[in-house]
Design a protein around this ligand. Sequence first.
Ligand SMILES: *Cc1c(COP(=O)(O)O)cnc(C)c1O
Length: 456
Amino acid sequence: MKTIIEPFKIKSVESIRFTTPSERKKILKDAFYNTFLIHSQDVLIDLLTDSGTSAMSSEQWAGIMRGDEAYAGSQSFYKFESVVKKITGFEYVIPTHQGRAAEKILFSVVGGERKYFPNNTHFDTTRANIEYTGAEAVDFITEVGRHPEKRADFKGNIDLIELESFINEVGPDNIPFVMLTVTNNSGGGQPVSMENIRATKKLCDEYGLKLFLDACRFAENAYFIKIRERGYESTSILEIAQEMFSYADGCTMSAKKDALVNIGGFLAMNDEDLMMKCRNVLIVTEGFPTYGGLAGRDLEAIAQGLEEVLEENYLQYRIRSIEYLGEKLLAADVPILEPPGGHAIYLDAKRFAPHIPADQYPGQSIVCEIYLQGGIRTVEIGSVMFGKYDKDGKLIPANLELVRLALPRRVYTQSHVDYVAEVIIEVFEKRNSLKGMKITYEAPILRHFTAKFEYI
Ligand SMILES: *Cc1c(COP(=O)(O)O)cnc(C)c1O
């Protein structure tokens, strides 16, 4: 097989700025060793997130010019709505300014005290929006999904046995709907199989429950189904996506992921009564139903992005880029979460730097060293992000200590990825000299965004 190439050519470029090691040392110190506090112009390759960082196509930019900015009845809305309906099959589509706005609207309508929302793994904004209403967000990942070193095709699957016993425990009346996150972002970008989606739907039907998809990476999930699940080898991505959505009653979506745009999202569903309630909240918090929280031009760009993301050449390049980076790291014995997921590689900091205990944040130390070594920005997904304190102020560490390398869509080329692998391997080779860190400032919630650190 020949090299899988980037399925695009480059029409417009943006320079990236090279810094010297001594400049980076100062930049990192001035940012209190928190990569969220580094200015982007000081970053050579930015792998902080794949959210809202996609490169748009010339057709999307053309859509930006075509955007119909009418307050009501915008042509751009109808175009957007028809593409979303074609892919999801849902009756009603509500545009929002990003994924969490869709979540906020939905959960403010169906959430509340003594309500429970099961999911394979809730993304952090989903969990926060559920808990904000007083409801509970509960995760049911399968056993294999909990082990970073174990390989399986569909580590994002929900555990149906645990889900069923939970439904019996709290009672179906207290569960407004079950959710599946495709792919499972917090679980390493791991896909959910069609078989698991179908079986979840069957279980939901038995208990009279609705099923919603958190569809942010639906196309990446569909591609994994195509290449890994028997019977889908010659099914188109569109048809796979349509089947995935056919088992659900609605979805939330961040267009900043698989709609290949920099801002946007939507909420879609079949239930008219629920839609009316959501639409009323939309009008108060986001905007009129034919633009939601967006401009007409954004709706045009999303409509076009949703078509492009279904192209098999694009998805093959996308998934292969991540896998390629993973293979290079594994060949040098760098411990990563296996197998590589759809949008990111996660370094396993516990095995990468076993000499640093969890309360000295091994992931953060690795993140800093990767920046110092090569100007690459990554993010800790471990005890800095999810750690809590017990009543004596002692850290309760996160289950996993990870460092995420998220690849923006269509932004970097193979040589960028080669460079990233070289830098990580260099850091790994001198891992014994990595030092533990301590937090010198932290906010009471979501501390990772603004925390300050020092080396111990
Ligand atoms: C990004 C994301 C969200 C939230 O979307 P935003 O556009 O960032 O508000 C929700 N769920 C998942 C799985 C995500 O990856």
